[in-house]
Ligand binder design. Structure first.
Ligand SMILES: [Fe+2]
Length: 401
C-alpha cells in the first residue's frame, strides 16, 4: 500500500506523513479488502452546542483551530449555525440551533453541549450500510448523495450509543470546504506572535460512556457491525479508586486511526464518574476526545495561557519511587511535567504523556485529553488511579460524589 493510498486528504493537507502518524496515533497498515466495514479514519466530530458562535471562537482562540467553513442564515440554512474547524487532520463541526423547533434544540435541551455525530470516512458507504443492516444495526439515514458545484458526497448514518450516531462519509468525489450547504470561511482571529502553527495534529480516540451492563453490548456492536477489533481491556482493580470504579474496553478500526474506549460504571462505594456523566448528559454519550500532539508541553502552555483549565495532579504522583522506576527516561524532564500536571505511562511498546481538561461545557460531561505518544499504543492505564482521584476531587466540589 503506497503512502498516497494510506494518507487521508486531511492528513496530506496538514503535511503529516506515515511515520508521524504511526507515532502520533499508532497508525498500522491492514488489508482493507478483507474488512466487511472498512473505515479509513475520522471525518468529523459534530457537536451540538448552546452557542455555536462562541464555541467556534473558543476552539479557535483556546485550541488553536482554524475556521474552514460556515453554514448559516446567509447561506440559506434556516435551522442553525454551523462552523467547521480544523487542526491538522482533525475536524470539528460546531452547530447551534436558532430555530426552537430544530431537532438540534431538542438535542441540546436533553444533553447540553456534546458530540452528536462521530462521523467516519469510509471508501464505500453502501457496502458498509449493507453489512451494518445485515448485522441488525439501526440505519438512521439511508445512503444518499448531496451535490453542489464542488462535486458529490455520499452519506449514510447508523445509530450508536444513546443519541450518538456515526455518519459515514465518502467525500472522494468532492472538493468543497466541507459539505454542500457550507461556504469556505477563514479565521478572523489574530494569532499571537510566536504562537505554534497548531496545538494538535489529529484525533486519537473518542471515549463513550454507556450504562451499567451495556459495555459488552457496544463492544459487540463495534466488532460485529463495524468490523472493529478489541485493543485492550481494563477491568476492576486497574481502574478503581477506593470509592468509585469503572470498567473499560477499547475497540479500534483496522488501521487504528479510530479508537473507541467504551466505559461503563462499576459498583463502588460512592457515585462513579461515569454515573455522574450519565446523569448530567441524560444517558450514554461521548465522554472525552483525545487530541494527538507532538509537543504536549507547548500545547498545555498555549492552552493554559488562553484560560483552558486542566485537572491538577498531586506532587506525590511525581515523587512516587514506583512511578519513577516504571516510567524510566522520557523526552521531557519530570520537573517540567510536574510543573504542568502532565501524566506519564509506559508499557512494553513505549511511553505516552497525557493530561486532561476539566469539562468544557456547562454540564460536568464532555472534556478533552491531550496525548503525546512515543511508541505506546495504550490509553494511560497506569495513570487511571491518579486521574480518577483528580476527577473525584472535582466531582466532590460539584456535590456529585
Ligand atoms: Fe483517553
Amino acid at each position: 500500500m503506497s503512502i498516497e493510498q494510506t494518507l487521508t486528504d486531511e492528513e496530506r493537507l496538514a503535511q503529516l506523513d506515515l511515520d508521524q502518524l504511526r507515532q502520533l496515533v499508532g497508525l498500522v497498515e491492514y488489508d482493507e479488502s478483507a474488512d466487511p466495514f472498512p473505515v479509513s479514519g475520522w471525518d468529523a466530530l459534530v457537536w451540538i452546542v448552546g452557542n455555536a458562535v462562541q464555541a467556534a471562537h473558543f476552539f479557535q482562540s483556546a485550541f488553536g483551530m482554524e475556521l474552514a467553513a460556515y453554514s448559516g442564515p446567509e447561506t440559506g440554512n434556516r435551522d442553525s449555525h454551523a462552523f467547521v474547524l480544523r487542526s491538522g487532520a482533525a475536524r470539528f463541526v460546531v452547530t447551534g440551533a436558532y430555530d426552537p423547533a430544530s431537532r438540534l434544540a431538542d438535542h441540546h435541551r436533553a444533553h447540553g453541549d456534546g458530540i452528536a455525530d462521530i462521523a467516519l470516512t469510509v471508501p464505500d458507504v453502501d457496502r458498509c450500510i449493507a453489512h451494518a443492516r445485515a448485522q441488525g444495526a439501526t440505519v438512521v439515514t439511508e445512503p444518499h448523495d448531496v451535490s453542489d458545484e464542488h462535486g458529490t458526497v455520499r452519506l449514510a448514518t447508523v445509530a450508536a450509543y444513546g443519541d450518538t450516531v456515526h455518519t459515514l462519509v465518502d467525500r472522494s468525489a468532492y472538493t468543497g470546504p466541507y459539505l454542500p450547504g457550507y461556504v469556505a470561511r477563514s479565521s478572523t482571529l489574530q494569532r499571537r506572535p510566536g504562537a505554534p502553527e497548531r496545538l494538535f495534529q489529529a484525533v486519537d480516540h473518542v471515549v463513550g460512556n454507556v450504562e451499567l451492563g451495556a459495555m459488552d453490548t457496544w463492544v459487540d456492536f463495534y466488532n460485529r457491525v463495524m468490523g472493529f477489533t478489541n485493543m485492550a481491556e481494563f477491568i476492576g482493580d486497574d481502574i478503581a479508586t477506593d470509592y468509585s470504579a469503572l470498567m473499560s474496553k477499547v475497540v479500534a478500526n483496522g488501521n487504528h486511526r479510530v479508537k473507541f474506549p467504551l466505559n461503563e460504571p462499576a459498583v463502588g462505594r460512592k457515585k462513579s464518574q461515569i454515573d455522574e456523566y450519565l446523569e448530567f448528559y441524560g444517558g450514554p454519550g461521548a465522554q472525552h476526545v483525545a487530541l494527538a500532539t507532538n509537543d504536549v508541553v507547548g500545547t498545555v502552555d498555549a492552552m493554559r495561557a488562553e484560560g483552558v483549565e486542566f485537572l491538577a495532579t498531586p506532587d506525590s504522583y511525581y515523587s512516587d519511587p514506583e512511578l519513577r522506576a516504571r516510567i524510566g527516561e522520557v523526552r521531557v524532564p519530570i520537573e517540567e511535567l510536574q510543573a504542568r500536571g502532565i501524566l506519564v505511562d509506559r508499557d512494553e511498546d513505549g511511553y505516552l504523556l497525557q493530561i486532561f481538561t476539566k469539562p468544557t461545557g456547562d454540564r460536568p460531561t464532555v472534556f478533552f485529553e491531550l496525548i503525546e505518544r512515543h511508541g505506546s499504543l495504550g490509553f494511560g492505564k497506569g495513570n487511571f488511579k491518579a486521574l480518577f482521584e483528580a476527577i473525584e476531587r472535582e466531582q466532590e466540589k460539584r456535590g456529585n460524589f
